[in-house]
Design a protein around this ligand. Sequence first.
Ligand SMILES: Cc1cc2nc3c(=O)[nH]c(=O)nc-3n(C[C@H](O)[C@H](O)[C@H](O)COP(=O)(O)OP(=O)(O)OC[C@H]3O[C@@H](n4cnc5c(N)ncnc54)[C@H](O)[C@@H]3O)c2cc1C
Ligand code: FES
Length: 283
Amino acid sequence: MRAPSQVTARVVAIEPAGAYQLLTLAAPTVAAGSEPGQFVAVAVGGPVTSMLLRRSFALYTADPGTGLIQIVVAEHGPGTAWLVRVEPGASLDVVGPLGRPFRLPPEAGTAVLVAGGYGSAPMFDLARRLRAGGSAVHMVIGAGSAERLFGVDEAHAVADSVVVLTDDGSRGIQGLVTRPLPQLLGPAGASMVYACGPMAMLEAVGAAAASHDVPCQVAVEESMACGIGVCMTCVLPVIGADGRTRMLRSCVEGPVFDAERIRWKDVGTLPADVLGADAMVVH
Ligand SMILES: Cc1cc2nc3c(=O)[nH]c(=O)nc-3n(C[C@H](O)[C@H](O)[C@H](O)COP(=O)(O)OP(=O)(O)OC[C@H]3O[C@@H](n4cnc5c(N)ncnc54)[C@H](O)[C@@H]3O)c2cc1C
Ligand code: FES
């Protein structure tokens, strides 16, 4: 895994993609050696701004040959509102690649990739790498509505099968991404599940995978202030191999975790039995 660097990236293109904006940036040192599941942290607001914190985005593509990276941006609050309005030719301050990527299986098998909304961004490169290693890939892509789906056509190009769902039925099957999982995880004999999307979706996908005894890796989206491991904003309770729970930083120990290790019901809290919690109690 390549160490992250801070670079000035030129905006090569910005174009709408459904409800999102697709940003293409020239960032050769970020593109070189980044892997699916890693992300970049982008400074927003220009040279003089009150928006002090970087905003994090999963890498959609990273091409070491051209030095280009792409991110998919949903307008959410002030930072992303600024970012989706940058012009080609502008410069962005970008740090990356950050975080730990999805782990590829030691041997070929059948992978089910589940994505919600812009959470599909890191899945296409992952699908290509899995197939290059001989695995079959089935993709499940969902969103609230048709315009919030990302990459359905590309999914058909990189996967052996694709199921598309929307909450409102405006495209594909009406329902949640968990709906086709019993079929895909059972008879199809899946050997691994990968998921990226909102936390509630990740928890549900992890539970479905566990009920079929299939290992599941999820890329979480915790709020991140620094993205480089120093502020502890992004911690979540994760059970270690020794059975003890530790508050792990999702920016450096994640964002990819084994779903079964995350204490989903305790996310956002500091469980009393977490390793080191007793040291924080005032005696
Ligand atoms: C690892 C990772 C990958 C992500 N990938 C994408 C992506 O591919 N496309 C995309 O559109 N968005 C992605 N996000 C979410 C994106 O970072 C937030 O939507 C963005 O930070 C919101 O900033 P804002 O100023 O528009 O909104 P505000 O709500 O004003 O944000 C203020 C601060 O809150 C934090 N924050 C708010 N919402 C979130 C959130 N959902 N997740 C994390 N931090 C948040 C940010 O640190 C930000 O500094 C990702 C987040 C993480 C952690
Ligand atoms: S965002 Fe600061 S430690 Fe993870």
